[in-house]
Design a protein around this ligand. Structure first.
Ligand code: PLP
Length: 466
């Protein structure tokens, strides 16, 4: 399997290189040159498999012999043993034909563990083979940082530096990052905001000379193809659990950077019967505005009760635009260059194609709280604010009540106690057993000035073999 750039001007890469690369050199994102396709009979034969066995079947065509099958199976077993539920991604019924799939049973209580637990293992495997080392550098305002740290904590060939804005992340989120100890884990609190952190990461990727040529940077945000790949699996898992592939399913996905729902779109292209995909956004609704009016336009960032979906642009949307444009990299390049300067539209027939693939809804904080409260009253089931947005959008966009509608539950409610309180639900969402002592654990992080050179000097001095 080879991987090509959505902007058409970078050389194609194999799986190993795509794993170690972030953005393509032409500014695009890597996608598989072609997708594997599974027949209904083949998917049906996967009934009864464990999550990890299913993951092997779905992902093997992307990885091929880069990793020998036995090693890949072992890696997947280890990855999904980190999840605190036998089903890995259990389904909970809310109403007639209405479900949530709990993707928050991993080490950091958000769906990002599904991909990052695997990514850390894949990276270490490939780096061991090549006798190489990488430095992961990332900025976080919440979930990605802790999931990435947990994913890399046992890696021998990876150092990870996560920047977060000093005193501007929630205590649970900070502690989830800073209480993980290991010589290769480095938390930096920058005296600045999230954008400052992100700018420093971007500048460092652009000019890596501060590392002295002795190691290189790698990306773990959702532009990394391996993250998307790992997320395709749970769409198959949901289908097989609810009578698929002999009936089709609908999914509603709390969406920020469009990584998670893009994986659902790929599952459908790979042969899984999916009748509806709902893009659920908060008030940062660039995707909903595009789906409703064919205008892709950045707006001011709004802070909401669902911070992991607070985005201005959705980086993975580029991967869909590539398909909508018949995989014409030049067209995508022109479109996105224009989009950085002002609003853009796409040809009407292409936009109609997008509307056939996706429905969408934007949900504000008030409706988020109402949904948390309604579902708690009806089911005694607590939704986190991101999942509540998904459930709300599922209910308003649903087309066929006879088709099971599955909302992806992207985070555990205990991560967002403020939203639960704002909804007026008077219960404490408890942290699961493996995190119950989070507030007693020692923290380790370094506070640095909001200056690129301070951060780069710190990294150059502190990676393990520096
Ligand atoms: C990251 C995240 C999302 C958004 O996922 P995308 O793949 O960026 O669309 C939604 N909910 C939670 C809890 C998240 O952490």
């Amino acid at each position: 399997m080879r991987y090509i750039s959505t902007r058409g001007q970078a050389p194609a890469l194999g799986f190993e290189d795509v794993l170690l690369t972030g953005l393509a050199p032409d500014g695009g994102l890597y996608v598989p040159e072609s997708l594997p396709h599974f027949s209904i009979e083949e998917i049906r034969s996967w009934r009864g498999l464990s999550y990890s066995e299913l993951a092997f079947n779905v992902m093997h065509p992307f990885v091929e012999d880069t990793i020998p099958a036995d090693d890949f199976r072992t890696m997947l077993d280890e990855t999904y043993q980190q999840f605190a539920h036998g089903a890995v991604a259990p389904l909970v019924q809310l109403d007639s034909n209405e479900w949530v799939m709990e993707l928050f049973r991993g080490p950091t209580l958000a769906f990002k563990d599904f991909a990052l637990q695997l990514l850390g293992r894949l990276l270490d495997y490939v780096l061991e083979k090549r006798n190489q080392h990488v430095v992961i550098m990332g900025a976080t305002s919440g979930d990605t940082g802790s999931a990435a740290i947990e994913g890399c904590r046992h890696c021998k060939h990876v150092d990870i530096f996560i920047l977060h804005p000093h005193e501007r992340v929630s205590e649970v989120q900070r502690r989830q990052m800073t209480t993980v100890t290991g010589d290769n884990i480095h938390n930096i609190a920058v005296r600045g905001n999230f954008d400052d952190c992100q700018r420093m990461v971007k500048a460092s990727f652009g000019d890596q000379s501060f590392l002295g040529g002795k190691t290189q940077l790698a990306a773990v945000n959702s532009i990394n193809w391996a993250r998307i790949m790992a997320q395709i699996v749970y769409y198959f898992h949901a289908s097989l659990a609810l009578g698929g592939p002999d009936r089709s399913l609908a999914f509603s996905v709390p969406t920020g950077n469009f990584g998670d729902i893009f994986a659902g779109y790929l599952a459908k292209q790979m042969g899984l019967p999916v009748s509806q995909l709902v893009i659920a956004t908060n008030r940062n609704d660039i995707l909903h505005r595009f789906m409703s009016g064919n205008k892709y336009e950045q707006q001011q960032l709004e802070h909401t009760l669902s911070p992991s979906m607070d985005i201005m642009v959705s980086s993975n949307f580029e991967r869909l635009l590539f398909d909508l444009h018949g995989r014409d990299g030049d067209a995508v390049k022109t479109l996105l260059e224009n989009a950085s300067k002002g609003p853009v539209s796409i040809a009407d027939y292409r936009w109609r194609q997008a509307r056939k693939l996706f429905d969408s809804e934007a949900v504000d904080d008030q409706a988020t709280c109402d949904t948390i409260r309604d579902v708690y009253q009806q089911n005694e089931y607590l939704l986190d604010p991101h999942t509540a947005i998904g459930v709300r959008a599922a209910r308003s966009c649903r087309r066929d009540a006879s088709v099971p509608m599955v909302t992806l539950a992207t985070a555990h409610p205990a991560k967002f106690p403020d939203a639960i309180a704002a909804a007026g639900v008077n219960v404490d969402a408890e942290l699961p057993a493996h995190m119950a002592d989070l507030f007693e654990r020692d923290e380790r992080y370094t506070v640095l000035d909001n200056e690129l050179t301070s951060v780069q000097d710190f990294i150059a001095e502190h990676w393990q073999h520096a």
